[in-house]
Design a protein around this ligand. Structure first.
Ligand code: SF4
Length: 401
C-alpha cells in the first residue's frame, strides 16, 4: 500500500529587506524609516536561512517555508540581489520547499524587474487603494496612474498577481467600485483595514471605525455572492468557508494556537524577529535571527510573553463566540485590533468585525435555504474540552466579555 505523504505545514517569514521607499503613503507604519537605505546583506540573509533551515529540518513533519519580501519598496534593490539569494536558498534549504512572494507598490518596473516577478517569485501582491489619494510620492503626487499602467504591463507579460487594498475612510465609500475593478480584471485581493500608525494622530482625517469596516466587508460579501467570477477576497472568502463549516453538521473544528505552530514571523531589517501582532515592540522581540538559532528564539522569554498575549486575546473574544471552532480564532490570535469603537475587556479590544462578518454571511447563507440548524452540540462540546485544559486566567477572562 502506498502511504500518502503528509501535506506540508507552512510558515511565513515576512522579510523587511530594507525600509527605503520611493513613496510616502500617508498611513505607512514604516513612515519614519522610509529614507533609510540600510538593506539586509547576503551574509545576514544566509545566516537567517541557515537558522530557519536547521530548525525545520529537525522537525518530523514536512514544512513549506514562505518568504514574503516587504519594505519599504522591495523592488528598489537591483534584481540581481534576489537571483543571488534565491540560489543561496536552494543550496541552504536543500529538500525543504521554499517559496518567495513580494509585496510591491509597483511604481518601478523595468524589463529586468518584470522578469524577476514572472520567473523569480512565486507570487506578487500589488498595493493599490484605487480611491483616496493616500499613496503619494515624496512630492505628494498620487502614484496610482503609474501603478495602473504597470498593472497593464504585468497582465500583458502574463505575471499573476493579487491586489492589497488598505481600507480607510477615504475609500470605504467606494467599496462597490473597488470590487468591480478587481472583478473586471479577474484579480483576487485582500482588503486590509487601516492599522496602527507609526505615531499618534498619523491617520487623523481618514481613520476608519469597526462599524464602517464591517459595513464595507458585508458589502463585499453581497457582491461576491452575486458575482460570476470566483475571486478570492481575503478575509471574506475565508470567512465564507468558516460559516459553511459552522452550518454543516459533522465538519471538523479547528482552534488556532500559535503555541502549537508558529505561522508567521516578522524579521526587521537588522534581524530582530517578532510575531506580527507585536512587530517592532522591543519588549516582545524574540531576538536576532541573524545571530541566534531559531530554536533559541522560539524558546525566548519574550516569545512566551507574546504567546500569552495571543492566548489572552483569543480567550477574551473567542471562547464565548458561537463561531469558535468553525472560525479558528486566528485573527484574534495574530492581530491586535485598534478600532476605537470596539468593546473591550481591560486592555483587550474584543472581536467585532470578524464576528459581525460571520453573522452577516450566516444570514445570507441561510437565506439560500441550503442550511438548517448548525451542529451546535459538537462545537459546544469541543469548546468545553478546550476550556478545561486551559490556564485558569484564560478561563476567567473568557467569561468577562
Ligand atoms: S471571536 Fe472573532 S476571531 Fe474569535 S472565533 Fe469568534 S469570530 Fe472568530
Amino acid at each position: 500500500m502506498q502511504v500518502k505523504p503528509a501535506t506540508p505545514r507552512a510558515v511565513q517569514f515576512i522579510i523587511k529587506v530594507s525600509k527605503f521607499c520611493n513613496l510616502r503613503c500617508s498611513y505607512c507604519y514604516e513612515y519614519p524609516e522610509l529614507g533609510d537605505k540600510t538593506t539586509m546583506t547576503h551574509e545576514q540573509l544566509d545566516r537567517m536561512y541557515e537558522h530557519i533551515a536547521d530548525y525545520y529540518a529537525s522537525l518530523d513533519e514536512p514544512t513549506t517555508v514562505k518568504f514574503i519580501w516587504h519594505g519599504g519598496e522591495p523592488l528598489l534593490p537591483d534584481p540581481e540581489v534576489y537571483w543571488t539569494t534565491f540560489a543561496r536558498q536552494r543550496e541552504i534549504f536543500g529538500p525543504i520547499r521554499v517559496e518567495n512572494t513580494v509585496q510591491t507598490n509597483l511604481t518601478v518596473l523595468d524589463d529586468e524587474r518584470l522578469r524577476l516577478l514572472k520567473e523569480g517569485f512565486h507570487g506578487v501582491g500589488v498595493s493599490l487603494d484605487l480611491f483616496g489619494g493616500l499613496r503619494v510620492n515624496l512630492a505628494g503626487k498620487d502614484s496610482q496612474d503609474r501603478v495602473l499602467a504597470n498593472i497593464d504591463r504585468l497582465r500583458k507579460a502574463g505575471v499573476k498577481f493579487g491586489g492589497i487594498t488598505v481600507l480607510s475612510r477615504k475609500n470605504a465609500g467606494h467599496i462597490k467600485s473597488i470590487f468591480r475593478f478587481y472583478e473586471r480584471l479577474g484579480v483576487s485581493f485582500r482588503l486590509l483595514p487601516l492599522f496602527a500608525g507609526a505615531y499618534p494622530d498619523q491617520h487623523a482625517g481618514y481613520e476608519i471605525t469597526a462599524k464602517e469596516t464591517l459595513e464595507a466587508f458585508c458589502t463585499i460579501v453581497d457582491l461576491w455572492l452575486q458575482s460570476d467570477k470566483n475571486l478570492t477576497i481575503a478575509p471574506v472568502t475565508d470567512h465564507v468557508r468558516s460559516v459553511i463549516r459552522y452550518l454543516t453538521p459533522g465538519m471538523p473544528s479547528s482552534f488556532y494556537s500559535r503555541r502549537a505552530w508558529e505561522t508567521a514571523v516578522v524579521v526587521n531589517t537588522r534581524g530582530e524577529a517578532y510575531a506580527d501582532a507585536e512587530a517592532y515592540d522591543p519588549d516582545h522581540s524574540y531576538g536576532n535571527i541573524f545571530t541566534t538559532p531559531l530554536r533559541e528564539l522560539f524558546a525566548s522569554a519574550n516569545r512566551e510573553k507574546s504567546l500569552r498575549a495571543s492566548e489572552l486575546r483569543m480567550a477574551a473574544s473567542c471562547t464565548k463566540c458561537p463561531y469558535f471552532g468553525a472560525c479558528s480564532g486566528y485573527t484574534k490570535g495574530e492581530y491586535v485590533e485598534t478600532f476605537a469603537d470596539s468593546p473591550r475587556v481591560g486592555d483587550i479590544l474584543l472581536c467585532t468585525v470578524e464576528r459581525g462578518l460571520l453573522q452577516h454571511i450566516e444570514k445570507r447563507l441561510r437565506e439560500t435555504g441550503l442550511y438548517g440548524d448548525p451542529a451546535r452540540a459538537d462545537l459546544d462540546r469541543l469548546r468545553a474540552e478546550r476550556l478545561t485544559t486551559e490556564d485558569p486566567t484564560l478561563q476567567a477572562l473568557s467569561f468577562a466579555g
